[in-house]
Each structure stands twice: as structure tokens, then as C-alpha cells.
Design a protein around this ligand. Structure first.
Ligand code: PAF
Length: 286
């Protein structure tokens, strides 16, 4: 496994690699969710690359950029045994050198949900991912379903701008009690960690209703809200039932629905979602 920190070095190493190349973009602080993406890339591609970059452009001014967990040695120690070939760990100055002024905006899909609560977030995500796709030139790029709107934004961008890469979306990895793995779970104190199980409990209650035949978005949202409201440490930013591709709100969910939520537990903001499709069990890994 070789680690590059600048673009010419990365490109030189990448140019020497033959066969299908899979890229897993990350912000480090790796957990089993990231590692599941790496394993999938390893299984499907001849060569695998991972980027580790805490992307300042996707954090708002009052967000957690400065305290976001960073431990490159630990991350490299997790990647090496998985057989990763190439790691890119650039500095912010390498990704956004002085004079940088070209941004990627994916318009409609970025507007609601996380985009509504975090202005500029998806412009930062899309720009960083576009740069990584240009730098690595992968055949496939791997993302987690946990960040469902990110997936929709990246899919749209890859289609609209004709990036020659396939976007592969992998199931959310969950702790045994259902909490979706996230680098931000590290911010939760023990009481908050316990309370945070409410996200998956709320989504599961709606999934059970969907599987029992409920097809009205308003009813699924109300079921989700009722479970969240019963947890005193949790405060929902939103509960949404939307079209999985466009993220537009929908009322009839007969063809399937992305049920997603953002919840504050103490000072920690968490997101989660379930993709509910008629006749298909929801897939997450515990
Ligand atoms: O999901 C993430 O970790 C980031 O948003 C990504 C895709 C690496 C872009 O910075």
C-alpha cells in the first residue's frame, strides 16, 4: 500500500496500475462502514484506492470541521490488511490551492433535507468528489447508503457531467442495536449513545407499517415522529418521505420511498434512512 499526498505523485502511481480500479472516497476516522466499502471494492476491482481528506468545503462555519476526528496512522493501519493499493491523503492546500474558484453545484437534488439545513454542503461534497474522480480516474466509486442524499447528488453529477465511473452504493452498516455507524458517533456520551438508538427504532416502526401495507407518506412520517417524540434526548430536524432519485417529497409511496431523518441527540446531529421498496426487504448490515 502506497500513500500519496500530492496530485502528480498520485497520478504517477495510478498510471502504473492495470485493470479495473475502485475508489473509496472518505474523510478518514474509518469505521466498519468504510471498511465494508473497501472490501466490496477489493472484491469487484483489480486495484483499490482510498482517499482520506476532511473536506473543509463541505462544513458550514458553525460545524465540526476543527474537531472532526483525524488519525491518519490509525486509518492506514486499518486499510493495509485489507489489501488497498493506493491511499491519497492530501492537505486542504493541495485540494484547494490559492486562487481556487471552480465549484460543482448539483442544483435541485442538493436543495432539500441536508442541503436545506446545511447550505453549501453538497457544493463542497460534489466539488471534492469531482476532483477525486478526475485525479484517480476510477472505473467504480463506492459510497454508503447511509448518506442517501449524497448518493443522489453524486449519481446526478456523474450522469450530468459524463464522468466515466460507475457509482456503487453499499448498504448501511449498523451496530448490533441498530445505530448506523458514523464517525460522529464518537461525539456521543454514554446516555446519548443509548438515546441515539431511537433513529433506527423510528425508521423500523415505519418500515414495519410499510411492510404491513401502509402506502401514505404522511402516515409513515407520523409513525416515525411518534417514536422520536417519545425519546426526551432527541429532537428531529426533519423526517422526510421522498423519491429516492430526485429527493422530491412524495405522498403516495406505492413505487418505493426514501424515508430519511436528521435528529439532534444532545449536541450531536445524526442522520439515517431506510429505502423502502415494495416486495424487497430493506438491506442493512449488523
Ligand atoms: O462521505 C464522505 O465521507 C464525504 O462526504 C466524501 C464523499 C468523502 C466527500 O468529501
Amino acid at each position: 500500500m502506497i500513500t500519496a499526498v500530492n496530485v502528480p505523485e498520485l497520478r504517477r502511481l495510478r498510471a502504473g496500475m492495470r485493470g479495473d480500479f475502485g475508489l473509496v472516497p472518505t474523510m478518514g476516522a474509518l469505521h466498519e462502514g468504510h471498511l465494508s466499502l473497501v472490501r466490496r471494492a477489493r472484491a469487484e476491482c483489480d486495484r483499490t484506492g482510498v482517499s482520506i481528506f476532511v473536506n473543509p468545503a463541505q462544513f458550514g462555519p458553525n460545524e465540526d470541521l476543527h474537531r472532526y476526528p483525524r488519525d491518519l496512522d490509525r486509518d492506514l493501519g486499518l486499510l493495509e490488511p485489507l489489501g488497498v493499493d493506493l491511499v491519497f491523503a492530501p492537505s486542504p492546500e493541495t485540494m484547494y490551492p490559492a486562487g481556487f474558484q471552480s465549484w460543482v453545484t448539483v442544483e435541485e437534488v442538493s436543495k432539500g433535507l441536508e442541503g436545506g439545513m446545511r447550505p453549501g454542503h453538497f457544493r463542497g461534497v460534489a466539488t471534492a468528489v469531482a476532483k477525486l474522480l478526475n485525479i484517480f480516474a476510477p472505473d467504480r466509486a463506492y459510497f454508503g447508503q447511509k448518506d442517501a442524499q449524497q448518493v443522489a447528488v453524486i449519481r446526478r453529477m456523474v450522469n450530468d457531467l459524463n464522468f466515466p465511473a460507475e457509482v456503487v452504493v453499499c448498504p448501511t452498516v449498523r451496530a448490533p442495536d441498530g445505530l448506523a455507524l458514523s464517525s460522529r458517533n464518537a461525539y456521543l456520551n454514554p446516555d446519548e449513545r443509548q438515546a441515539a438508538t431511537v433513529l433506527y427504532r423510528a425508521l423500523s416502526a415505519a418500515r414495519d407499517a410499510f411492510e404491513a401495507g401502509e402506502r401514505k407518506a404522511s402516515a409513515l412520517r407520523a409513525i416515525t415522529r411518534a417514536v422520536l417524540d417519545a425519546e426526551p434526548m432527541a429532537r428531529a430536524d426533519y423526517v422526510s418521505a421522498s423519491d429516492p432519485d430526485t429527493l422530491a417529497d412524495i405522498e403516495g409511496v406505492g413505487a418505493g420511498v426514501l424515508l430519511s431523518l436528521a435528529v439532534r441527540v444532545g449536541h450531536v446531529r445524526l442522520i439515517d434512512n431506510l429505502l423502502l421498496l415494495p416486495g424487497k426487504p430493506n438491506v442493512s448490515c449488523h
